[in-house]
Design a protein around this ligand. Structure first.
Ligand SMILES: NC(=O)c1ccc[n+]([C@@H]2O[C@H](COP(=O)([O-])OP(=O)(O)OC[C@H]3O[C@@H](n4cnc5c(N)ncnc54)[C@H](OP(=O)(O)O)[C@@H]3O)[C@@H](O)[C@H]2O)c1
Length: 275
């Protein structure tokens, strides 16, 4: 927890900004410490009604007010937004980008080489306070600013610092895209459960509750997940048969290849912005 209140400006009031604002306010951050700028009236109204935070259409005035600026617009308009803000931003203002695929060197080009910048990769469960975020700071970010960023992302789940910016691409493949991997597995299991005769409701609830329970077990245990798997796999039993079938179909290789494809694509997207 940080003991001082910093003024935080969100540029963009969409899904991810709402998730972070919900997280901050539900963890006791005062609404007076937050301003949001977005041309979209509906997005702003919904946030100001829920949290009584200050809203504006003027990105530059929001940045002028803030110690921390969170860039929460789509990557394709980030350059335009950054160039506009670069005219008014103070050199000590911390810029935090959540935009997928936009490297720090591009942000430094648009703002200034000397500005403190954190690049982060959150994921959609942040909307329920259960996100996972990787964060990378350039060399101008101070230790106190790191604590602020950690505080912000910890209000919506787990966060970790990365030593190298290229690790952001790994985080994209490991947690950024991963909610969809799990949803796909749930879809496949639901189809099989219905095929075995269960009602759609029972199929869905049994699978989701089992996923939730398995995650809770893994989070609350000192054992590695491989050990937990062994503990529920009795020799000659049903689970052993299922696991053997998954190994025979080379699930290991398939999951590795899928994550590697996400990693390669994340690297390609970052390269668009040049070195
Ligand atoms: N959603 C995810 O899972 C996820 C995960 C990791 C990172 N991210 C990153 O988070 C960022 C935001 O994603 P999101 O899903 O929250 O997007 P979103 O819901 O579309 O929100 C973006 C908001 O920015 C507004 N906007 C457009 N132009 C603007 C401008 N010039 N100045 C200020 N605001 C402007 C948009 O208004 P209009 O709707 O009127 O255009 C919209 O309200 C993206 O860069 C994305 O890569 C998202």
């Amino acid at each position: 927890m940080i003991d001082q209140i910093y003024k935080i400006a969100f540029i963009g009031a969409g899904n991810m900004a709402s998730a972070l604002i919900n997280g901050l306010i539900s963890n006791g951050y005062p609404s007076a410490g937050i301003i949001v700028s977005d041309p979209n009236e509906d997005a702003k109204n919904s946030l100001s009604e829920r949290h009584q935070i200050q809203c504006t259409n003027d990105n530059k005035s929001a940045v002028h007010y803030a110690d921390v600026v969170i860039l929460a617009v789509k990557p394709q308009i980030l350059k335009e937004v950054a160039l506009e803000l670069s005219k008014v931003i103070q050199m000590q203002t911390l810029v935090v980008s959540i935009a997928a695929g936009v490297p720090v060197n591009a942000l430094q080009r648009w703002f200034s080489n000397n500005i403190p910048i954190v690049r982060s990769m959150p994921n959609t469960p942040a909307m329920l306070g259960a996100g996972a975020t990787g964060m990378y700071a350039n060399r101008h970010v101070t230790a106190d600013q790191c604590l602020i960023v950690e505080h912000i992302f910890n209000t919506v789940g787990y966060s970790c610092w990365l030593e190298s910016e290229k690790d952001i691409d790994s985080v994209t493949a490991v947690s950024g895209s991963a909610p969809a991997y799990f949803f796909l597995i749930f879809e496949i299991m639901e189809r099989a459960a219905k095929d075995f005769g269960l009602s759609p409701t029972a199929a869905k609830n049994l699978i989701l509750q089992t996923a939730k329970g398995s995650v809770a077990m893994a989070l609350n245990s000192d054992s590695e997940v491989s050990e937990l798997r062994r503990q529920v796999t009795s020799p000659g039993g049903t689970t052993e048969k299922a696991i053997a079938t998954l190994h025979a179909g080379n699930l290991n290789r398939l999951v590795y290849q899928a994550m590697k494809a996400a990693l390669d694509r994340a690297q390609e997207l970052s390269e668009q912005y040049g070195q």
